[in-house]
Design a protein. Structure first.
Ligand code: MG
Length: 286
């Protein structure tokens, strides 16, 4: 299932995308969190019924981020593709050198996620060296505590695309990355959640980004240094992860700071981030 949150006649609604990919069929929930927490069989049956009814043309609605207001900060992985580790260390070895062979976890505040065609805010005067990071995001469906790697697939609701927009000057001038990752308008997400039953585990999907049509990132989600099963096994060994938790798994090489000279974003730039089988975001910097 491809699930979306959309705006129609001023109201937020969840829906399932039809086979033709041109229509959305409304589900009886307004909040994606309730979709995620529904028993799986109930959701499948409800979606089947919805798909047998009339849909609404996608051109008549505004697609929002699938989880527009996450209940908790997004959990992020830093430096989780080898080639990105190299480019980041070249850019600023103090800020990005990975001293230990353990995952870098950080969090990203998302008061309101940006929809797949929404705007990335440039925060002039505050956010210098604006950068993009295409990432595969994992969404959990049930409470996870002490989950073994082998059982992790049972805990995954689905996957989406997330652009971990970063203000590099803020990110690297503070000891922690939190502020430089968490400004308003820094988390485009979507366009849909593809449920986990449609993607074999672990996901090995092409991931890319483009800026003004030029290919910048071009990799595969099978190349994560720390895989999804290990991430969730480690975090859940001491933290309770709740349904609806979003984990952004890190970005491949080709971000703006990786170029020499760096190629940061400016107002008017159009950033596309996509993953094969899920879809893509197309956001304009303003
Ligand atoms: Mg990132």
């Amino acid at each position: 299932m491809k699930l979306i949150t959309y705006l129609a006649q001023g109201k937020e609604q969840t829906g399932v995308i039809g086979e033709d990919r041109e229509n959305v069929h409304p589900l009886p929930w307004t909040d994606m969190q309730d979709v995620i927490e529904s028993p799986w069989e109930t959701l499948c049956e409800t979606a089947r019924t919805a798909l047998s009814g009339n849909g609404i043309s996608l051109s008549d609605v505004t697609i929002l981020a699938p989880i527009p207001r996450p209940r908790q900060d997004v959990i992020c992985l830093g430096i989780n593709y080898r080639a990105h580790a190299e480019e980041a260390a070249r850019y600023d070895s103090d800020a990005f050198a990975k001293e230990k062979p353990v995952p870098i976890y950080f969090s990203k505040r998302v008061t309101e996620a940006v929809g797949p065609e929404g705007f990335i805010e440039s925060h002039p005067g505050l956010a210098e060296r604006l950068d993009y990071e295409a990432e595969l995001a994992v969404i959990l469906k049930k409470t996870a505590r002490s989950v073994s790697a082998a059982d992790v697939p049972d805990y995954i609701f689905g996957y989406t695309v997330l652009n971990d927009v970063s203000a590099r000057a803020l990110q690297t001038s503070h000891k922690q990355w939190y502020f430089g990752k968490s400004l308003d308008g820094f988390t485009p997400m979507g366009p849909c959640i593809v449920t986990a039953d449609e993607i074999s585990f672990p996901p090995e999907l092409p991931i890319f980004s483009r800026v003004n049509g030029e290919l910048r990132q071009d990799s595969n989600t099978g190349l994560l240094i720390t895989g999804i099963a290990e991430i969730i096994e480690e975090l859940s060994s001491g933290m309770t992860l709740l349904p609806g938790t979003i984990i952004a798994t890190g970005t491949p090489s080709g971000v703006g700071m990786g170029f020499d000279p760096p190629r940061f974003l400016k107002p008017g730039d159009v950033v596309e981030c996509g993953i094969g089988g899920i879809g893509f975001l197309r956001n304009t910097v303003r």
